[in-house]
Design a protein. Structure first.
Length: 112
């Protein structure tokens, strides 16, 4: 492959990807191994960001639930109907936050 010496450095991912796209459009073979590794890297980054977002959202739900419980108890709505509905909604929110965490599917190996 004589054209490989003309390809950009692999450490410049964007330029190398553009070069691979151009090669593919010309009907030339591409660096499939690099493309596969790059797709796996991008997927790992996406999964890490998603997990961080989910973790932050759970903390937000917990903090909000704690604040609502304090306000619920402080306002003396422990025994009236509206207060019990509010407490039920708080409990449902906490339950959902932890059930969603447990049912999260793990990403499998990339197929190809």
């Amino acid at each position: 492959m004589a054209d490989e010496s003309l390809s950009p450095d692999k450490t410049d991912r964007k330029a190398y990807l553009e070069a691979q796209i151009q090669r593919q459009q010309r009907g030339e073979p591409i660096d499939v191994e690099w493309v596969t590794e790059e797709l796996q890297r991008v997927r790992r980054e996406q999964v890490a960001r998603l997990q961080a977002s989910q973790r932050n959202l759970r903390w937000l739900v917990l903090g909000t639930a704690a604040l609502l419980i304090v306000l619920w108890a402080r306002n003396g709505h422990m025994l009236d109907r509206g207060g019990l509905v509010t407490l039920g909604l708080i409990v449902i929110g906490l339950f959902v936050a932890f059930v969603v965490r447990g049912n999260r599917s793990r990403p499998g190996p990339p197929t190809g």
